[in-house]
Design a protein around this ligand. Structure first.
Ligand code: GTP
Ligand code: MG
Length: 614
């Protein structure tokens, strides 16, 4: 807000009524041309929020050029003047009343609306829906209503606009009220008010209009002032999606700053935090701030960074939570309501990217359970695809575990968008977390990680000292191949190169760690889990670990990965590839006579495990 607006708005207002710091974010939606920009322009004009002379200047300009004046021009003109600190930026318009500041989010289309609501910094407390009295309710009036409901925006004020075009007749207004209330009722929204307005001439926007004597409700401005800013998310559990991890630049300073925006909850120095999906735990050492004294705590809405007592390895996409509060869900399967906007339909055969918080995970639709058209809400039969503008209840399968909340519990980490190629093609909310095949192992691993005693020597310091990153290299393949032989050959070669490497023989486990297990086939998952646990310890020590096992399936490798919670698993398949669905990082066919250990070394270099060729 510029000072001009401030003074204009403060002028003549008694001190006790002067604006508090409260602000309300309101999204404005409606069918094309029903008058959103005009309503916004009017609100700015009638609250004295415009730079002096601006309105007249533009009206004069239109007159000189024989163009009818449009409030949309005014908004465009203000956008162009952004550099001068005017009250508008790309999607948001600011003004204030005696009660508080308003931020109006203009959502010209569905995609912008979704982006604003799901990924954008702006979260709406309320919505204005604009309906043209003459044209009546259109498809988008309904779709937007549905979206508002899906996104949990329950405070809605409906503006029945352009009443001048229908001679300010009450019967037209009443018809819209009846029809639209019925629709909204089905999506569980009870509007606070329906206000008959004519935005262009300015009826009922800020001043009650004598041309609408039959209406005794509030003006738009009065209706806005009645709304409540939503309960600050600070009361909820801490959710801070990790945006970036920064290193201190001083030599020998191994601390990391974890940076992100707190979506909900609060965080203070000394709090124990757990990152999900990894389950790694640490304690907040400091909260970092730019150019001001370091704060002791931070709360929802703040973009911030913190340092940790134990330098655990976390990456962008994880969510920081507090150990003393409810944990998010972690799984690869979830049930969601999806609003599809893609030009091509949502198909089960296509891979999309799901973006939730700062995480991006490849995803497929595994089942489509219910499809409805958001503009008439009737279920549609035949569920093999979701067309543009339809809403569907789907089960999604992610390629990696994701941390999230159910939207009803925590909205910010329960909303997502779906990206098709490079474009946002849909959005949705999580309805439920579903178990996946790794759930049991993952829960055990999360418990282990939460209780893990950290060394004072961090993973990155070990990596620097040893000139290598820890990795589990799994040599698997066809029964007839000599996997163990190759594994030992690789171990010897890497050792000669000066690497810290260890061959983890399966036989060594079977009669030791696994001595209590039967050797029967049913015990195989437990054998693999234990192998994963042993490997996890060796990886924590910074080693390159090489293991050999016959015919591992993709699911078995997945369960080893789950145990390790490390992106550092590399797989080599030896011989004929029949009998397993594993897609290995490196395939060495039987008839391949190249120097195999060298090819494995090249793979490790590619994975950034060993830094320089030697
Ligand atoms: P998009 O951003 O394109 O979706 O349109 P919009 O919803 O922002 O509509 P806009 O405010 O640009 O108004 C569309 C047209 O309706 C313009 O020509 C306005 O002058 C006109 N209009 C808006 N409000 C009124 C009104 O109360 N009465 C009359 N007669 N015309 C109006
Ligand atoms: Mg507009």
């Amino acid at each position: 807000m510029n000072t001009l607006t401030m003074t204009a708005a403060l002028d003549g207002i008694p001190v006790e009524m002067q604006p508090t710091r409260e602000s309300l974010q309101v999204v404005i939606t409606g069918h094309v041309d029903h008058g959103k920009s005009t309503v916004i322009g009017r609100l700015l004009a009638d609250t004295g929020s415009l730079p002096e002379g601006k309105l007249q200047q533009l009206k004069n300009y239109c007159e000189r050029n024989a163009k009818p004046f449009e409030y949309a021009f005014l908004l465009d003109a203000l956008k162009d003047e952004r550099a001068q600190g005017i009250t508008i930026d790309s999607a948001r318009v600011f003004f204030r009343t005696a009660r508080r500041q308003y931020i109006i989010i203009d959502a010209p289309g569905h995609i912008e609306f979704l982006k604003n609501m799901v990924t954008g910094a702006s979260r709406a407390d309320a919505a204005l829906v604009v309906i043209d009295a003459k044209e009546g309710i259109q498809e988008n009036s309904r779709r937007h209503g549905y979206l508002l409901s899906m996104l949990g925006i329950r405070q809605v004020v409906v503006l029945v606009n352009k009443m001048d075009l229908v001679d300010y007749q009450q019967s037209v207004f009443d018809d819209v009220v009846r029809e639209y209330s019925e629709f909204l009722d089905q999506v569980n929204i009870q509007p606070r008010h329906f206000v008959p307005v004519a935005a262009h001439p300015g009826d009922n926007i800020a001043q009650p209009s004598s041309r609408l004597p039959w209406y005794d409700g509030p003006t738009v401005l009065a209706a806005l002032d009645e709304l409540q800013a939503q309960a600050p998310a600070a009361d909820a559990a801490l959710r801070m999606p990790v945006q970036a991890v920064y290193k201190f630049t001083e030599l020998d300073d191994t601390r990391r700053i974890i940076a992100g925006t707190i979506e909900s909850g609060t965080l203070a120095v000394g709090d124990e935090v757990v990152f999900y999906p990894s389950g790694k735990k640490t304690t907040i050492a400091s909260i970092e701030a730019f150019n001001r004294p370091l704060p002791e705590r931070a709360a929802a809405g703040e973009a911030m960074g913190f340092t940790m007592k134990d330098q655990v390895y976390v990456a962008r996409g994880e969510i920081a939570t507090r150990a003393d509060q409810p944990a998010p869900h972690v799984t690869t399967r979830l049930k969601a309501s999806i609003f599809w906007l893609g030009k091509t339909p949502l198909l089960k055969t296509t891979e999309y990217k799901l973006k939730l918080g700062t995480a991006r995970v490849p995803v497929r639709v595994s089942s489509i359970e219910r499809v409805i058209d958001a503009s008439h809400l009737d279920p549609i039969a035949g569920h093999d695809r979701v067309e543009r503008h339809q809403v569907a209840e789907c089960v999604l399968d992610l390629t990696r575990p994701l941390a999230f909340d159910v939207a009803d519990d925590l909205a910010a980490t329960g909303r997502f968008v779906l990206v098709d190629g490079y474009e946002i093609a849909g959005g949705g909310i999580v309805r439920a977390a579903l178990p996946d095949p790794q759930t049991a192992v993952r829960e055990q691993v999360l418990r282990r990680n939460v209780r893990w005693d950290h060394s004072r020597v961090s993973e990155s310091r070990r990596a620097e000292r040893y000139s290598q990153r820890a990795v589990l290299l799994i040599v698997t393949g066809h029964q007839s191949t000599d996997r163990k032989g190759l594994a030992r050959e690789i171990e010897a070669r890497l050792f000669e190169d000066g690497r810290f490497v260890y061959f983890l023989g399966m036989g060594n486990l079977v009669h030791g760690v696994d001595a209590d297990l039967e050797s029967r086939h049913e015990a195989r998952p437990e054998h693999l889990r234990r192998m994963g646990e042993v490997a996890h310890i060796l990886l924590d020590a910074g080693l390159i670990v090489i293991a050999a096992a016959a015919g591992l399936t993709a699911a078995e490798v997945e369960s080893i990965r789950t145990a390790i919670t490390h992106d550092s698993v590399a797989t080599v398949w030896l011989g004929d590839r029949t009998g397993s669905d594993l897609v290995p990082d490196l395939h060495l066919p039987d008839d391949d006579s190249t120097d195999r250990p060298s090819r494995v070394k090249a793979l490790l270099q590619q994975h950034g495990v060993i830094y320089r060729a030697s």
